[in-house]
Design a protein around this ligand. Structure first.
Ligand code: SAM
Length: 234
């Protein structure tokens, strides 16, 4: 498929089951340009050590949104890419060779023991029923990973920097002067319930991960969790 063609999307769910808040999606698209996002994702993937991974690794990004994480992986030379998200309109924005799945990440419609790498870059904090949904989602990631696979995680985390960043972006003057701050404040408002629920249970989140994965690295700085985990044998 050429990179300019419409994306290849397998639709596993009916229109009635889709998530999607158009106001949140509009703010998300304004928050960063695709090129800014791709540059950010490439930096993150390098920090995770992706430069050393085999370019034939079978990789799926869950909660992939408009797929700029997949574009970053493609630019780094990875060839076997898939993405899963529950927003048809965001998936439709992706341009590239990855196989996309319109599906709920609580019930991944992907084959067991198939993937070398699963990535999430800001998706688990959207889960409404915590920690039950996290447990279900992690069980699905464990199921699709090969025993030698790895799960790479970036999610928001309540560090002093995050508290400061929210305080600043919620100031009305700052929102007027700084478009990116305004978009962030709108996204935060629209996802407040799940976002605050996520930020409020760091110990439960770590325990839930530990039920399914060995934790190889768990870093919480600058308002983010960056974790590398490997499936537990069970
Ligand atoms: C903060 S965005 C992150 C998107 C992408 N990872 C990025 O960083 O650009 C969260 C994404 O999760 C998706 N989403 C929310 N709940 C979902 C679910 N249950 N299953 C699949 N996708 C979901 C939304 O459609 C949205 O694209």
């Amino acid at each position: 498929m050429s990179d300019s063609a419409s994306p290849d999307i397998i639709r596993h769910v009916a229109a009635g089951q889709l998530c999607c808040d158009p106001v949140w999606e509009a703010a998300y698209k304004r928050f960063e340009t695709p090129e800014q996002e791709i540059a950010k994702f490439i930096k993150r993937l390098r920090r995770f050590g992706f430069e050393t991974l085999n370019r034939d690794s079978r990789i799926v990004e869950i909660f992939c949104g408009r797929g700029n994480g997949l574009v970053a992986l493609q630019r780094m030379g990875f060839r076997n890419l898939e993405g899963v998200d529950l927003s048809d309109s965001l998936l439709e924005e992706y341009r590239g060779p990855a196989q996309l799945h319109l599906a709920d990440c609580l019930d991944l419609p992907l084959e067991s023991d198939r993937y070398d790498v699963v990535i999430v870059q800001g998706g688990l904090h959207h889960l409404p029923d915590m920690p039950t949904d996290l447990d279900r989602s992690l069980a699905g990631v464990h199921r699709i990973l090969k025993p030698s696979g790895k799960f790479y995680v970036i999610e928001p985390w309540k560090t002093p920097f995050l508290v400061f960043a929210h305080a600043v972006t919620e100031l009305s003057l700052m929102r007027k002067l700084y478009a990116k701050g305004d978009a962030l404040a709108i996204m935060t408002e629209r996802e407040r319930v799940t976002y605050e629920q996520w930020l409020g249970m760091p110990d439960v989140i770590r325990e839930t991960f530990q039920r399914h994965f060995e934790i190889e690295s768990w870093k919480t700085t600058w308002g983010k969790l960056a974790a590398i985990t490997a499936p537990k044998a069970h």
